[in-house]
Design a protein around this ligand. Sequence first.
Ligand SMILES: C[S@@+](CC[C@H](N)C(=O)[O-])C[C@H]1O[C@@H](n2cnc3c(N)ncnc32)[C@H](O)[C@@H]1O
Length: 449
Amino acid sequence: MTPSARIAAAIAVLADIEARRRPAADALKDWGLSHRFAGSGDRAAIAGLVYDALRRKASAAHLMGATTSRAVVLGMLRLDRGLDLAKLEKMFDGSRFNPDPLTADERSALAAAADGKAFADAPSHIAGDYPEWLDLPLARVFGDDRVAEGRALAHRAPLDLRVNTLAVSKEAGRDPEALRGTIAAELAHLKPQRTRWSPVGLRVAIGADAKSPPVHAEPAFIKGQIEVQDEGSQVAALLAAARPGDQVIDLCAGGGGKTLALAASMANRGQLYATDLDKRRLAPIHARLERAGVRDVQVRTPRPDVDVLEDLHGRADLVVVDAPCTGTGTWRRNPDAKWRMRPGALSERLAQQRTVLDRAAGLVRPGGRIVYVTCSLLADENTDQIQAFLARHPGFAPVPAEKTVSVLGDAAPAFLDSVLTFPEGLLMTPRRTGTDGFFVSVLRRSIAI
Ligand SMILES: C[S@@+](CC[C@H](N)C(=O)[O-])C[C@H]1O[C@@H](n2cnc3c(N)ncnc32)[C@H](O)[C@@H]1O
């Protein structure tokens, strides 16, 4: 397919998403099924156009003065891909498979982008590309920076990998930097860069038209030496500071992303218990633990009316609560979710977070810690949730961010400068740390019972 035909296809897929209010992934899948001639490169490029258009949906529509899928794609091509009027005229030529020629209105809207005034009077939620109802909640956290934070969330995320020190260590010694170097050399064809904060992270940039590389087919992945994990998630697991020999509970283990990282910090020594409310979410963890060479994890699959952690009450050195949340910090990766999110979903998550935090409180030993993590940017799910927890559980106190970050070693001071800090914890964002948005709060239980 030509670049123009791909654009026409992306406009059709977006129109389907809007008309049938369906998830982008479903609409893209259907398009693929009914256009079997399209190769994998075409499909990836069309998906890239659709997701980029969703990322810039509000600003692109504002620029074009229309909310149609064609307007949103045109606005995105101008704002995000930097295509100027002359280039767009050539691509929108109306020939077979290509989009119709530009109208006079479209031409003048696109020309206006060049003078930089198109957003001078735009409200924050349009300039920052997020839903209007979230303007106040985001203003509460970021103030006037919310537009810049929203813009950073409207860019594509890179592909981040975590080097699994458990699986590589036999070949290169235990020094994480040496292990990272070994894997970086093995993946040289992907041009990985060392991540800034995580000492075991590698970052692969992905171009606008490029597919995500098939990491799952890499020998290093098959051998369990790398995992796909956003650097923010890696850092959140590092800040939990699980140590070899600890008794650790991962209460919301899901598919095990954090569990695997915690197990690596513990160097397979001690005991890590992984559980989740939903056994279907937990199921993939078994194969992942096996592939990663993790030996110190017991998976406790939930059972109806049974407390599968009953024997662990008041015993854990560390309980990690990777809480269910709105995912507002991951909008780079899920631009579709950004526009689909509703206030009802927030209240539901808040109730779940309360339940799981209260459960965690009963599991920690005196002197032990809860590490509460969300991939949300909203105060309701982060600082407010922790304040309410501390009011219900006066035996816990937050550990200051300055102390929490010390596990990052040489990177700690710059990391502390980059994050937003609160008495209850710290917040990473794409704009500040180049990661997904993650809130981390460390809560220590007092020794006195
Ligand atoms: C953010 S996801 C976890 C992601 C996972 N830790 C990872 O890194 O791949 C949140 C998880 O919390 C689980 N959950 C929700 N309510 C819970 C509860 N009351 N107790 C335990 N888990 C719960 C959900 O099923 C979901 O898998």
